[in-house]
Design a protein around this ligand. Structure first.
Ligand SMILES: [Zn+2]
Length: 227
């Protein structure tokens, strides 16, 4: 059909493939991936639909919504679905998947629209993504990617003692954990001197040095030594 292009997409499951028809001019506006793919079809190098069968159909539909409306769509639902075990839906996860999709489609305009929505979500008290989702972001982006910088800055600013870091290396991955430590080292508030004698820090002040000493049982203490 002139002016339209077939796209075969799926859920990763071959039995669930679906074909979408999209206007070529819309599809090629901002994505270098689709610009190249549609050129090949016009030159007759391929007669097949554009193959997106490894992509998630829902995410692709959200991308189409943005192409046609200029608005970012999410599968918003106020509560996890009680009928699905371990379901805890997060709008921020949806957006990160869209961001990674935008990267694969070579569409930074879409990625920036998604990032704006993501920042709005965080500002409006949507919960931070899980460590596992952070790992996905690290897998799908390069070292100097701005999304990595954003996630690290949000964490350095928002994380406190209520957050669990128990399985962070396993769940978020070593690369992210290293980045997080480095970010916190730069951004943390350095405690000033807390003692009246104005020592620079707790290990410089004789009053507080004792908290770093090993405990010695009473019967092992050296006779006559100061406590
Ligand atoms: Zn002191």
């Amino acid at each position: 059909m002139p002016g339209q292009i077939n796209i075969q997409s799926g859920t990763g499951n071959r039995n669930n493939e679906r074909v979408s028809f999209v206007h070529t001019s819309v599809l090629c506006q901002t994505s270098a991936f689709f610009q190249t793919a549609t050129k090949q079809i016009w030159r007759g190098q391929t007669r097949k639909p554009i193959d997106l069968t490894t992509e998630n159909y829902g995410i692709f539909q959200q991308y189409l919504q943005w192409l046609y409306s200029g608005r970012i769509a999410i599968h918003w639902c106020p509560e996890p679905d009680k009928n699905i075990p371990n379901s805890s839906y997060k709008a921020t996860h949806d957006l990160l998947e869209q961001y990674l999709f935008g990267g694969r489609m070579l569409d930074p305009t879409f990625q920036n629209a998604v990032i704006r929505a993501f920042m709005d979500c965080i500002s409006n008290a949507h919960t931070f993504p899980t460590w596992n989702k952070i790992r996905d972001v690290y897998k799908g982006t390069m070292e100097n990617s701005p999304i990595r910088k954003l996630l690290l800055d949000i964490l350095a600013s928002l994380a406190d003692k209520t957050w669990s870091f128990d399985n962070i290396v396993e769940e978020a991955g070593e690369e992210f954990t290293n980045d997080l430590v480095a970010t916190l080292a730069v951004k943390r508030q350095k405690p000033g001197s807390s003692c009246k004698c104005k020592h620079m820090n707790q290990w410089a002040c004789p009053q507080t040095q004792t908290r770093y000493f090993c405990e010695i049982p009473d019967d092992k203490k050296r006779g006559g030594a100061p406590a």
